[in-house]
Design a protein around this ligand. Structure first.
Ligand code: SF4
Length: 245
């Protein structure tokens, strides 16, 4: 496998489109993966909330928290900005670190309210780098959370890096295990077309693949990238590092 986009094609052939980011449709309370033309403002806010809640926990735990927020009609900037922090913490308990995350959600909502009259559309209607800098200046929002919000809620092209991306691409031979967030992100940006749909789908496929086969203890036998992977090639003593660009 010579090109990073060949990994993308192999993954999409194996798993198909993932329909990220899962959001809740009108009248429902549970977020679902589904192909949608556009997100409503509430759904964009839900993605931001989900990106904060998913820090250090699984999506299954986040879904339960989002369901509670939906049941209590709290996917709403005005309501979130005013809610009692301990009450919110109890509602999002399933997502772990619930006191910290409640504080972060309230601060995020207050920021939108104070600076953009509560309009997430106004907030997203600015150049990508300015939006990123602003998100990174907020309490408790690091590069992965900021980039998830930019890609999946604002639909602007930035590649999201996470532990799964580092694990898979180091095993495939594209980088070292301890590569920094920004170095690995730069590699994707330099080698892929700048297309938010591609970045959206690719990251979702990486997560799928890390959960399905490229786990901490990889299940290489049936992996769709098996024949192209450095780890298995190394094992078979067939690796030619220069095949990887
Ligand atoms: S062959 Fe194994 S190490 Fe390589 S990508 Fe597949 S599961 Fe991961």
């Amino acid at each position: 496998m010579k090109k990073i986009n060949q990994v993308y094609h192999a993954l999409i052939d194996a798993y198909g489109k993932q329909g990220w980011w899962p959001v809740t449709d009108k009248g429902e309370v549970f977020p679902e993966y589904k192909k949608r033309k556009a997100f409503s403002e509430k759904q964009m806010l839900e993605v931001c909330i989900g990106a904060i809640l998913t820090q250090n926990t699984s999506w299954t735990n986040v879904e339960k928290a989002i369901m509670q927020l939906n049941k209590n009609k709290l996917i709403n900037v005005n309501k979130l900005a005013k809610i009692d922090q301990s009450k919110l913490a109890q509602l999002i308990r399933s997502s772990g670190y619930f006191n910290q995350k409640a504080e972060r959600l309230i601060l995020f909502a207050k920021y939108l309210l104070n600076n953009y009259s509560g309009s997430i559309n106004k907030f997203f209607n600015k150049p990508l780098q300015n939006l990123r800098q602003e998100l990174l200046s907020m309490h408790g929002i690091g590069p992965e959370t900021a980039d998830s919000i930019i890609l999946y809620a604002a639909k602007k092209p930035v590649f999201v890096i996470d532990a799964y991306t580092k694990r898979i691409f180091s095993r495939l031979g594209f980088c070292e295990k301890d590569i920094s967030y920004h170095e690995l992100q730069k590699m994707f940006h330099e080698r892929l077309d700048c297309d938010f749909k591609l970045f959206n789908e690719f990251h979702a496929l990486i997560v799928k693949h890390a959960k399905q086969y490229c786990k901490k203890k990889p299940e290489c036998n049936n992996c769709p990238l098996n024949s192209k992977c450095q780890k298995t090639y190394k094992h078979k003593n067939l690796l030619n590092k220069h095949d990887y660009t």
